[in-house]
Design a binder for this molecule. Structure first.
Ligand code: PGA
Length: 241
């Protein structure tokens, strides 16, 4: 695990974004693992800027997002599919049929989970997986639990995740379940980049980096990944020894 502390969210966006820019230069049909949430937004803005300046093309790229709320379809403004279109894909030359977000309204959700993992494998696995982290140490929607999950599955969201994300659902209709890539799926990515900013994440960051590897802090598993890079601002890093 390589930990890099930077001055600002903007610096993190440039460093994390450049990893994708370089990847796509070397491998135009790379498989990108992408994340939602507030943290990656500056990185996506930076990638859009690079695209507009002709520094990167997504023409042959493939993407897989980490997760989706159960019960929200692609058109729902709170769905993660909608978020990705809004924040990145509709601004760059990504092929729509190469964009993959788990289907939160699949009739057979178990099959959706199995198919999602199979499709990632079919494309040769994820080259670079971008991650945020929850205040409870979750990655994707892998919430603290007794065991590390394996492939894509359906999970109940914890109180703390509902607390953190309910601001996006002013009508009080936040889903309580999600479909998420599992810890096993995330660990298969060839490279992982976790980005985090702000004091609210400092405890989870300390547990991830300095704590034991335990499913009660799902992100701690990244200590065992052979190529995990953690970009933090000073606030997120403030509790580190
Ligand atoms: P955030 O979410 O980027 O909105 O803080 C991160 C996460 O919950 O994984």
């Amino acid at each position: 695990m390589r930990v890099i502390i930077l001055e600002s969210a903007a610096d993190i966006a440039v460093q994390a974004g450049n990893i994708f820019v370089e990847l796509l230069k070397e491998k135009p049909d790379a498989v990108l693992g992408l994340a939602t949430g507030a943290t990656p937004v500056p990185t996506y803005k930076y990638l859009i800027d690079c695209y507009n300046k002709g520094k990167v093309s997504f023409k042959d790229a493939v993407s897989f997002n980490l997760d989706e709320y159960i019960g929200l379809n692609k058109e729902h403004p709170n769905s993660y599919y909608f978020f990705m279109m809004d924040m990145l894909f509709s601004h760059v030359n990504m092929r729509k049929d190469m964009i993959h977000v788990p289907n939160g309204v699949a009739e057979d959700i178990e099959k959706e989970c199995r198919d999602y993992d199979a499709l990632i494998e079919q494309f040769g696995g994820i080259d670079v997986q971008l991650l945020g982290i929850g205040t409870n140490g979750h990655i994707g929607f892998n919430e603290p639990s007794d065991a590390f999950s394996e492939g894509t599955y359906v999970t109940d969201l914890t109180k703390s995740t509902i607390e953190s994300n309910k601001i996006y659902f002013p009508n009080g209709d936040m889903p309580t379940k999600a479909i998420t890539m599992g810890i096993g799926s995330i660990m298969k990515a060839k490279k992982v980049i976790l980005i985090s900013t702000g004091h609210s994440k400092a405890k989870a960051i300390k547990a991830m980096i300095e704590g034991e590897v335990t499913p009660s802090c799902p992100a701690s598993i990244l200590q065992k990944h052979s190529d995990a890079v953690i970009f933090l601002d000073r606030d997120a890093a403030s509790l580190l020894a």
